[in-house]
Design a protein around this ligand. Structure first.
Ligand code: SAH
Ligand code: SF4
Ligand code: F3S
Length: 469
């Protein structure tokens, strides 16, 4: 494996990365920063001092996509100001919009120097060198460097590992992508086109990255994948390992205290993974398991390949293995052809399941997806009204879920200083933010905290027992 820890040759340049979209983009942005570090680029939070600005973009809904172009407009101005002051700034577009609209971005926004998709991140230093050589050309001859291939080679074996200091600076919780891409082709979704076919990283690669993270002080890892529970990695003996089995292997890493994974598809929630929830205390009782709709007719049109009843019986099996499992979901309202009665079925499945939290979206027509060609588009005002009703129901459930914690003592991973002086903050096993009075030396470990109240989006706690660590 070429994951060599390399020190920056000269750390004189600065890169600013702006991340949109899902957690996989958050992970990828860090990996891009890691790839650039050996070439002298250090991350900055100050866009004004950046020599290179990368937008890591999301194509999932129209609004997300359009943000890129408005941001590029602002960057053009900033670049102009920097040049007027004798400086310069390169601009790159990465992520799912880059993958989907590579040429179009370069055409619409000539200010862009590089456009590259998620499978090309290991080539970033080379692309940057090419783009730099173009900068001396006459503007009429200058062309953006575009790389939106799905290369044969595995980018993960070519991406350098994070330097230990970089991991430490990123905190006690970390993401680790184990699977990428999607073969499910839900009829509304661009991901199979922007991320490509489902690929799982080999078991040894995942374990090595996890050990490095833990070695740098990480206590909690969230395994990522567009369909993380479709993970099927190969181990050293050539055996096929599912996500459940991978969790058992990760659980053996000393110092790793919490494990989560996201996002899961109901069809890939197999017995092995459910058993892992029964057996492994480090596997946290919070599961993001999107169902999208409660109507069988709409589920079929969405190509989700399961029914509402199958989803509910799956939840029952999961709760039999882990009774305190908290659920989260995603919902789309206003999929083409969705009637009032279909929407009522969605509210019903929400009532029956009982969510700790949920994300909900108005259906957004995406070019190139089968859904874009369907008739019976739902009018915008109906989508708005349905979204409002759905969110009201989910908010009630979230509030009730938080309230049900009051009086309980929960293990809280204290991660940071709190909003108010004298406070620290962390997360419950159910991913709730918890604030409590306490000294900063509580940061970095799991402590027993009694929940004494709730505020809008978090819990208020009182330290019961600090852990020995
Ligand atoms: N792989 C995950 C979802 C990834 S996309 C899964 O299968 O559940 C994240 C969420 O965005 C989806 O769950 C869906 O609710 C929403 N979404 C995706 N495409 C959309 C579209 N065209 N319009 C509105 N919401 C969409
Ligand atoms: Fe998109 Fe469906 Fe794949 Fe999820 S499972 S990424 S919603 S196509
Ligand atoms: Fe968006 Fe791509 Fe993630 S479309 S949600 S950034 S996989």
């Amino acid at each position: 494996m070429s994951e060599i820890e390399t020190m920056p040759q000269n750390a004189s340049k600065r890169v600013f990365i702006k991340t949109y979209g899902c957690q996989m983009n958050v992970y990828d942005s860090d990996r891009m920063a890691d790839a650039l570090a050996p070439h002298g680029y250090m991350p900055t939070q100050e866009i004004g001092e950046a020599d290179l600005v990368l937008l890591n973009t999301c194509h999932i809904r129209e609004k997300a996509s359009e943000k890129v172009f408005s941001e590029l407009g602002r960057l053009k101005e900033l670049q102009g100001e920097k040049r007027a002051a004798g400086g310069d700034m390169m601009i790159g577009v990465a992520g799912c919009v880059a993958q989907a609209e590579g040429e179009e971005i370069a055409r619409r926004a000539p200010v862009v120097d590089l456009v590259f998709g998620p499978q090309a991140y290991h080539r970033l230093p080379d692309m940057l060198a090419q783009a730099q050589s173009q900068r001396h050309m006459h503007p009429a001859l200058k062309k953006a460097v575009i790389d939106t291939d799905f290369p044969e080679e595995d980018k993960f074996t070519h991406l350098p590992a994070a330097r230990k200091e970089a991991t430490i600076a990123r905190g006690l919780t970390a993401f680790l992508t184990v699977q990428e891409g999607c073969d499910k082709f839900c009829s509304f979704c661009v991901v199979p086109y922007t991320r490509g076919a489902e690929v799982s990283r080999p078991v040894s690669q995942v374990l090595e990255e996890a050990r490095r993270l833990v070695d740098a002080g990480v206590k909690e890892i969230t395994l990522l994948g567009q369909n993380v529970n479709a993970y099927h990695g190969t181990d050293a003996a050539g055996r096929d390992i599912g996500l459940g089995e991978l969790c058992y292997l990760l659980a053996e890493i000393t110092g790793l205290e919490r494990l989560r994974y996201t996002t899961s598809h109901p069809r890939d929630m197999d017995d092995g993974l459910i058993a892992a929830h029964r057996d492994l205390p480090l596997l946290m009782p919070y599961l993001h398991l999107p169902v999208q709709s409660g109507s069988d007719r709409i589920l079929k049109a969405m190509n989700r390949k399961h029914t509402a009843a199958e989803y509910l019986s799956l939840i029952e099996r999961i709760k039999a293995a882990r009774p305190d499992m908290a659920l989260s979901g995603d919902f789309i309202v206003g999929f083409p052809g969705e009637t009032d009665s279909d929407f009522e079925d969605t509210l019903s499945i929400i009532r029956e399941t009982g969510y700790a939290s949920a994300y909900s979206f108005k259906y957004s027509t995406r070019p190139g997806t089968p859904g874009a060609n369907l008739g019976h588009q739902v009018p915008e005002e109906i989508k708005t009204e349905r979204l409002y009703r759905l969110q009201e129901l989910v908010n009630q459930q979230t509030t009730a879920f938080h309230a049900s914690m009051v009086g309980k003592t929960l293990p809280v991973l204290v991660e940071r200083v709190g909003r108010l002086p004298g406070q620290v903050g962390g997360r419950s096993p159910y991913l709730q933010a918890v604030h409590l009075e306490g000294a900063t030396d509580l940061i970095g470990a799991i402590h027993q905290v009694e929940i004494i109240g709730t505020s809008t989006n978090s819990l208020v706690g009182r330290l019961v027992r600090a852990s020995a660590a």
